[in-house]
Design a protein around this ligand. Structure first.
Ligand code: SAM
Length: 286
C-alpha cells in the first residue's frame, strides 16, 4: 500500500554521548580495541575494494592525489592496505599506518605485489610523536581515507601532516559526507501510486540533524561483528580544523553511486544517485 518506510542506514546507529567517564586516552584505546577486533571481518569484506572503495573513494582520491612516479606517500589509517596497494601500483613509495596491529598484519599478509614499495607500520593518528617519527618533511602527499570521522580528535593529525609534508605537498582525505551520511541520517522509501495505477518506490534521505549530531556508534559495513564510534563534524568544523592547521582547500569531490546501480526499491545508496555519501577533499599548506 502507499506509505513510507524508514531504515536507519545501519541499525546499530544509536547516538551516544561521549561526555561520559571517557578521557581522550580511554576513547582512543577503546576505538583501537574495537577496530582491532573487527579487522579480520573488515579485511575479508573489503578485499581489494568494496563498491564504495572501487567506485567512489579510490577513484576520487586518486584524481585528487594525481600520483607521480616515485613519489613518497603516507597512507594514514590504511586498514587492510587496499589503497596503499593502489598507490604502490601507481609507482609511489608508500608508508601505510594504522593504530590496529591486527589490521597492519592483515595488510602485510595481503600484499604480494610491489612488496618493496609499501612499508606498513603501527601508528596512532591522534598521537603527534608517533606521526612525526615517520619523518618530518618526508612525504610528497598524505592520504587518509575514511578515518577522520572515526577519530575523536583530528587537530593533532592535521598539525602533524603539515610538518610531514615536503614543500609543495598535498593532503587528501575521504570522509562520510557530513551533510548526507551520518548517524542522524536515514534512507527513506515511499511507496506511491502512479497515475497509471502502478506502485513505485521513491527514495529520499531524512536528515534529522547536521550541526549537533552526537558522537555515536554505528557499523561501517552491514553484518559487522561490533559497531565502532563515529565523531561527526559538520563541514564548517571539519574544514575549519584544516584551515586552523594552515591548509587551504584546493580540490573537492562528492562522488555518488551511478544510477545504473539502482536496485528495485531497496534502501541503499545505489537508489540515491543524486546524493553523495562520500566527500573527498584536497588541502594544501597556505
Ligand atoms: C573505515 S576504516 C578505513 C580503512 C582504509 N583507509 C580504507 O579506506 O579502507 C578506518 C580505519 O582507520 C583506522 N583508525 C581509526 N582510528 C585511528 C587512529 N587514531 N589512528 C590510526 N588509525 C586509525 C582503523 O583501524 C581502520 O583501519
Amino acid at each position: 500500500v502507499p506509505g513510507s518506510f524508514v531504515w536507519d542506514e545501519i541499525t546499530e546507529r544509536n547516538a551516544m554521548n561521549t561526555d561520559s567517564a571517557h578521557g581522550l586516552a580511554d576513547m582512543v584505546r577503546e576505538t583501537r580495541e574495537i577496530w582491532d577486533a573487527k579487522a579480520a571481518f573488515w579485511d575479508a569484506e573489503m578485499g581489494e575494494g568494496n563498491v564504495f572503495h572501487q567506485v567512489l573513494i579510490g577513484p576520487a582520491a586518486e584524481r585528487l592525489l594525481a600520483v607521480q612516479p616515485d613519489e613518497r606517500i603516507l597512507d594514514v589509517g590504511c586498514g587492510n592496505g587496499v589503497f596503499a596497494r593502489r598507490l604502490a601500483a601507481l609507482g609511489a613509495w608508500v608508508v601505510a599506518t594504522d593504530f590496529s596491529p591486527r589490521f597492519v598484519e592483515l595488510a602485510r599478509a595481503r600484499t604480494v605485489a610491489h612488496v618493496d614499495r609499501i612499508d606498513y607500520q603501527v601508528a596512532d593518528a591522534t598521537n603527534e610523536d608517533q606521526l612525526l617519527a615517520l619523518g618530518e618533511g618526508r612525504f610528497d602527499a598524505v592520504v587518509c581515507n575514511m578515518v577522520l570521522m572515526d577519530m575523536p580528535v583530528i587537530d593533532p593529525l592535521l598539525r602533524t601532516v603539515a610538518r610531514l609534508l615536503a614543500p609543495g605537498g598535498r593532503f587528501v582525505f575521504a570522509v562520510q559526507h557530513p551533510a548526507f551520511n551520518s548517524n542522524a541520517v536515514s534512507l527513506v522509501g515511499e511507496v506511491v501510486a502512479t497515475d497509471d495505477g502502478r506502485r513505485e518506490t521513491r527514495h529520499s534521505l531524512k536528515v534529522a540533524d547536521y550541526l549537533g549530531v552526537s558522537a555515536g556508534k554505528g557499523a561501517g559495513m552491514p553484518g559487522e561483528p561490533a559497531p565502532h564510534w563515529y565523531f561527526h563534524r559538520p563541514l564548517g568544523v571539519l574544514l575549519g580544523a584544516c584551515f586552523a592547521a594552515g591548509f587551504v582547500l584546493d580540490g573537492l569531490e562528492e562522488p555518488a553511486l551511478p544510477a545504473e546501480d539502482a536496485g528495485h526499491g531497496a534502501l541503499t545508496w545505489a537508489n540515491l544517485p543524486g546524493i553523495p555519501p562520500i566527500l573527498v577533499a584536497r588541502v594544501v599548506p597556505r
